[in-house]
Ligand binder design. Structure first.
Ligand SMILES: Cc1cc2nc3c(=O)[nH]c(=O)nc-3n(C[C@H](O)[C@H](O)[C@H](O)COP(=O)(O)OP(=O)(O)OC[C@H]3O[C@@H](n4cnc5c(N)ncnc54)[C@H](O)[C@@H]3O)c2cc1C
Length: 619
């Protein structure tokens, strides 16, 4: 253990993850906390990390309030509709009322924004999206964070949160290791903002073997945003609300610009509009929700999945009409160059020119996240002026652990934030964290060396395990006394895929399957005590796996608790196939006891604040 040097850093605000939310948090923490010590710790390199690493072609959340295009209320209604009623409207409204100011800063910082030549406004791709030349999006926001932080640590993976040993339920910082040097890093901090992205690769991906990294969601998003708070007993919400994406096959290229800007449409193998075919069946399952406009994303997925099961596939995007227009053809290709070059490469390799061949679509394996179009994540306090008592405990975006804040994919209940909304939420969390410190809520935190040393032993254990166990390797990577990170990952993915509603079962599960899945996950947890790592990179893989496994347990517990199929097209409970508003028009909240590892779940009311307020105003 002596070979792993220990570094101590004491700070006021510690930001875990330097993606969109983390850069927003770091930037804003400096604005409010001029004299405070602000540290951001990033697993990769902040210049090109997180889901926006490759760049984006559109900012998906912009109200346009200055031109009267949309108001925050409109966005709340939109998100509520898309999530079949289940959102935290206080959080959504709070993000929406601030998001335009974030986008205006991006513009000032040099992000190339496309403009509508006639109106001079930002060029709209859809009601909420504006178009950008966004290859450099991430380096631009990273620069703002770098100028704001006392220090940015790259290549450090945070593995555990530290807890105050004097006052119960208060955070005390975080620990992790440098994946290049093998050094151990202790960050004792008055507040921690977790902004570590979502979770991919917990369900078996469609592309396996050498293509395994080809998923829609960033393959490096490993659920730390969930595992870190879950491990210390923070409450989580809507973890059952995983997302399945309909995207271009194999490259997972975005379809939004195609639908919205190019006005392309989908059809089955016989050239039919298959969505209409499934209307009556879907109405049986979800009632009037199918008549909402726009059709909730999960229900469009549902039609796709049912049509494929019924033998109507492959499903195609009709591009051959739009691509006859040279301008639209250019937009179609540029759409990939700005964010998913791989899709163009896939088409080239499969001899697909979308001008002459309609490309195939697919539905992805499920992912877990809180910033894109679903609501999984931590249960956080909302803002003072908007939140009902159940949703407010003092500091905006604070989790149920004192001093621990969240933003972006970390935060549950508030979908459709996307890149701009995540950055905005980071800003909101940082402002509240600074206030928490100024209110003297973080005084007298005690973190003993023992707590840190115990984590150090745990963190580097996979290296020790491998050292010993490698002597027993019987062939290739097979050993009776250790499990490698890739072996553990594949086992996890198979459990989730087959028992918790992945692609193997067309997203179908039920109470018995989930119960069995949980048993298998418990045994996996036991075996992960024997995970071995041959080098520092594998050590990172080992910890990514542990975080994924804990996240998966939480997802499975939530899926078992909600006895209905609220979002057909994201997953199905075969034993409760119908949406059940009488019993389940509510949010689900879980807590894992850090001592016993047992989860408890509860229903929490979902408040429709926006329209309630309007009703009150009218009366
Ligand atoms: C394929 C795809 C396409 C998208 N398209 C669009 C779009 O067109 N427009 C749009 O506006 N939005 C889009 N989004 C959404 C947007 O990218 C996300 O909403 C946003 O990035 C979420 O911000 P975040 O900070 O929560 O996560 P991220 O930006 O992913 O950042 C998380 C950061 O945490 C780091 N990290 C993870 N674990 C640890 C750890 N243990 N220790 C330290 N650091 C850690 C990661 O390396 C990463 O840098 C897209 C997302 C995806 C995946």
């Amino acid at each position: 253990m002596a070979k792993h040097k220990t570094h101590y850093e004491d700070c006021d605000v510690l930001v875990v993850g330097g993606g969109m939310a983390g850069t927003g948090a770091t930037f804003e923490a400096r604005h409010w906390g001029r004299d405070m010590k602000i540290i951001c710790v990033e697993k990769a390199n902040i210049d090109r990390s997180g889901a926006v690493a490759q760049g984006l072609y559109a900012i998906n959340c912009y109200m346009g309030m200055q031109w009267g295009e949309n108001q925050p209320e409109d966005h709340v209604r939109y998100a509520r509709n898309d999530l079949m009623g289940m959102v935290r409207e206080d959080l959504g409204y709070d993000m929406a009322r601030h998001v335009d100011s974030t986008v205006h800063m991006f513009d000032e910082w040099g992000l190339p924004m496309m403009k509508n030549e006639k109106t001079g406004r930002y060029l709209r791709e859809g009601k909420w999206q504006i178009m950008i030349h966004g290859e450099s999006y991430k380096p631009i926001v990273a620069e703002a964070a770098k100028k704001s932080a006392d220090k940015i640590y790259n290549r450090i993976m945070i593995t555990h949160l530290l807890m105050d040993e004097d006052k119960k339920n208060r955070v005390g910082g975080a620990v992790g290791f440098n994946m290049r040097t093998g050094d151990f890093h202790v960050f004792r901090s008055k507040t921690v903002i977790v902004a570590a992205g979502g979770a991919s690769h917990i369900f078996k991906p469609r592309a396996v073997g050498e293509g395994m990294g080809r998923t829609w969601y960033a393959p490096w998003s490993n659920g730390s945003a969930y595992a870190l708070p879950i491990a210390v007993g923070a409450k989580m919400t809507q973890m059952e609300n995983r997302i399945v994406l309909c995207r271009f096959k194999d490259g997972y290229g975005p379809v939004g610009a195609y639908f919205l800007h190019l006005k392309t449409y989908t059809q089955n193998a016989n050239g039919e509009n298959y969505e209409k075919k499934w209307y009556d069946q879907t109405k049986e399952l979800v009632g009037e929700y199918i008549d909402h406009h726009p059709t909730p994303t999960c229900l469009r997925n549902h039609a796709f999945i049912q049509e494929t099961i019924a033998g109507g596939g492959p499903i195609h995007m009709v591009t051959t009409e739009a691509f006859q227009d040279p301008h639209l053809e250019t937009v179609g290709w540029e759409n990939f160059l700005g964010m998913t070059v791989g899709q163009a490469v896939v088409w080239a390799s499969q001899n697909i020119d979308p001008k002459y061949t309609n490309p195939e679509l697919t539905t992805s394996e499920p992912y877990v996240m809180g910033s894109h179009a679903t609501c999984s994540g931590a249960w956080v306090s909302g803002p003072e002026d908007l939140s009902p008592p159940e949703y407010f405990w003092g500091y905006n975006r604070m989790l149920t652990i004192d001093g621990l804040f969240g933003a972006g994919d970390t935060v549950g209940g508030s979908a459709h934030k996307f890149s701009s909304g995540s950055f905005t939420e980071g800003r909101l969390a940082a402002k509240a964290a600074v206030k928490y410190i100024n209110d003297k809520k973080a005084d007298g935190i005690k973190v003993t060396d023992k707590q840190c040393e115990d984590f150090k032993t745990a963190i580097f254990k996979p290296l020790e395990t491998y050292q010993v166990a490698q002597n027993e390797i019987t062939g290739g990577t097979v050993s009776p006394s250790y499990i490698s990170p890739i072996q553990g990952l594949q086992r996890l993915q198979r459990i989730m895929d087959e028992y918790v509603g992945g692609i193997a079962t067309n997203y179908m599960t039920n109470g018995n399957m989930l119960k069995r899945g949980l048993e298998l996950l418990t045994w996996l947890e036991e075996d992960l005590e024997k995970v071995g790592a041959e080098d520092l990179h594998q050590l990172m893989r080992a910890w990514e796996l542990k975080h994924r496994a804990l996240t998966s347990q939480c997802v499975t517990e939530h899926t078992m608790f909600r006895e209905e199929t609220r979002w057909p097209g994201y997953y199905y409970r075969g034993d409760h196939m119908k949406l059940d508003d009488d019993n389940w028009h509510c949010l689900t909240v879980s807590r894992r006891d850090p001592k016993t590892g047992k989860f408890t779940l509860e229903k929490v009311p979902v408040y429709h604040i926006v329209d309630e307020n309007e009703k009150k105003k009218a009366s």
